[in-house]
Design a protein around this ligand. Structure first.
Ligand SMILES: Nc1ncnc2c1ncn2[C@@H]1O[C@H](COP(=O)(O)OP(=O)(O)OP(=O)(O)O)[C@@H](O)[C@H]1O
Ligand SMILES: [Mg+2]
Length: 329
């Protein structure tokens, strides 16, 4: 209710009381029944006018909200980019309209990301599927062809690539929904050692891992992070890979450093986007699908940690940071 309307209602009440007092004075000598009836009529009149004023005031106060609602309904059916008007009233309605537009921005960004993701995923799956189909057709066309074994081997490569992409997408979807398998106290330094020992790299790999860097983690997911970082380093390294695992303050820090072409500063966040590959030609030669780093970062985040590309004087330096596990009781 506005100030004017409150003042009007107050004045009306005062007037009614004044009239009532005057009437009382006039009817001082009349019967009590008549007096009560006049008073009741007056009270009813004041109440009716008061109700009307309140309804009117509420309807007026809700007008901007109603306008906002109508604009929102129209925006839902309009082209992307439609927004509600923000009145410069400096009140809650202005703030609400601002929030609504912010929400519409976010919804549009997330819808665009989803569309891009589906397009990228379909494209990535289409390539090995097409390869697989060609191999099978060739084998069926001429089953006695001496290349059959070769064809099947290539078909198996395509199946493996498909399997890897689908598996990565599955793990990403589970991480997106906040699902992280059971975590236990584990020694990250020992895990680094065992992951490196289990690989054969074309370039020498140096490992400096402290023991007893305890974190609360899921072994297979963390092994996956290390595997993705190591396979990238192996893919791009020219002559060496250096790996360090140590405790720094409250964190366990693992660095994977190679002496390859490195990741330019302006691409250091982009490489964590799903299906992002920096140099399309180079990556196609090297055969990655662009899910390794996004997956590794999601796992790091699910463990309360971070994964990023750090500055370095040469090559690429990927850094994983995880909170150290508290000492057991
Ligand atoms: N150590 C590195 N040196 C140089 N570039 C790198 C390195 N690691 C990643 N990149 C760049 O970042 C991109 C994304 O890496 P990511 O691991 O996510 O995908 P990928 O290796 O191409 O494919 P996938 O890991 O799914 O097999 C790579 O395609 C490459 O362009
Ligand atoms: Mg990779």
């Amino acid at each position: 209710m506005t100030l004017n309307e409150v003042t009007a209602l107050g004045s009306l009440t005062v007037a009614a009381v004044a009239i009532a007092a005057a009437v009382l004075h006039l009817l001082a000598g009349t019967a009590a029944g008549v007096l009560v009836t006049v008073m009741a009529l007056l009270a009813a009149a004041v109440a009716a006018v008061g109700c009307w004023l309140v309804r009117h005031a509420v309807a007026r106060a809700l007008q901007p909200v109603e306008r906002l609602r109508a604009e929102l309904v129209a925006a839902a059916d309009a082209e992307p980019g439609a927004r509600v008007g923000v009145p410069a009233t400096g009140d809650d309605v202005e703030r609400l309209a601002g929030r609504v537009n912010l929400l519409l921005d976010r919804l549009e960004i997330s819808a665009a990301q989803r569309r891009a993701f589906i397009a990228d995923a379909s494209h990535e799956l289409r390539t090995p599927l097409a390869g697989l189909r060609t191999r099978i057709e060739l084998a069926l066309d001429d089953p006695d062809d001496g290349d059959l074994a070769d064809n099947l081997e290539h078909a198996l490569d395509d199946v493996e690539r498909l399997h890897r992409i689908v598996e990565d997408l599955f793990v990403l979807a589970r991480l997106d929904s906040g699902d992280l398998p059971e975590r236990r106290r584990l020694d990250l330094g020992a895990l680094v050692e065992s992951e490196v020992a289990g690989r054969t790299s074309a370039v020498p790999v140096t490992v400096k891992a402290e023991s007893g860097i305890m974190v609360m983690g899921n072994r297979s997911r963390l092994a996956r992070v290390l595997m993705n970082l190591l396979s990238n380093a192996e893919r791009y390294a020219v002559a060496r890979i250096e790996i360090q695992a140590r405790a720094v303050g409250e964190e366990a820090v693992v660095e994977v450093h190679d002496d390859g072409p490195g990741i330019p500063p302006d691409a250091r966040e982009r490489v964590f986007e799903r299906f992002a590959r920096l140099d399309a030609a180079r990556s196609r030669d090297k055969g990655g699908s662009g899910l390794g780093l996004p997956l590794a970062r999601q796992i790091a985040i699910a463990h309360g940690g971070t994964l990023y590309v750090a500055n370095g004087t040469y090559g690429a330096r990927l850094v994983l940071r995880l909170p150290l596990a508290p000492d057991p009781p």
